[in-house]
Design a protein around this ligand. Structure first.
Ligand SMILES: [Zn+2]
Length: 193
């Protein structure tokens, strides 16, 4: 039987070792895609983080479903019929796409390191738009899109000055081209903008 996520796909498949420990779900439950930046310099570093175990009971960790490298290569690490841990409070009905992007790396929470200036390569955004099209073909209820920074507004003490706070999550950040993405997909905003 052909599997929509594993066979003859436009992405490579490189499933995380703990995928069987992630909760199964029906594809009909997925209604929003959440866009992330890895805030790490390379796909290999993102993989290392994703493989770390954060939830001992299920022996699973934090990751998106799909990863897009800076050269536009797309890989599936968790199939959408599993709940991945990528956005606090919204995992069950969402699908996570991670763009390899340095963000605030390596001083994520330093007060003088909150500027987010690195642009996203055009080839990476083209790959994202193509992936969003593919996902809408396969996920009948996928109608909405959000940035991680719209869904997680928590602040944490700054690493260099505990009297100040900084955003815990800022991705995909101010250089993400929302206008292009909205213009070229049929997805609508999940959070009122
Ligand atoms: Zn994120």
């Amino acid at each position: 039987m052909q599997d929509d996520w594993l066979d003859n796909t436009p992405w490579t498949v490189n499933l995380l070792p703990y995928i069987q420990g992630l909760q199964a779900r029906g594809l009909i439950e997925v209604n929003v895609v959440v866009i992330h930046a890895t805030e790490l310099p390379t796909l290999a570093e993102a993989r290392r983080y994703a493989e770390m175990i954060h939830y001992p009971a299920t022996q699973t960790g934090n990751s998106g479903h799909f990863y897009i490298d800076t050269d536009g290569q797309v890989a599936c690490w968790v199939t959408p019929d599993r709940v991945a841990h990528h956005v606090k409070g919204h995992n069950h009905a969402s699908l996570g796409i991670e763009l390899v992007h340095p963000g605030r790396y390596p001083n994520w929470y330093a007060t003088d390191h909150q500027d987010w200036s690195t642009p996203y390569p055009d080839v990476q955004i083209e790959a994202l738009i193509n992936l969003l099209d593919q996902l809408q073909v396969r996920l009948p209820r996928l109608h909405h899109i959000a940035g991680h920074d719209e869904l997680d507004l928590d602040r944490v003490p700054a690493s260099d000055d505990p009297t100040q706070t900084v955003r815990r999550k800022l991705d995909p950040g101010p250089t993400f081209p929302w206008e292009t993405v909205y213009a070229r997909t049929r997805l609508t905003a999940y959070v009122r903008r």
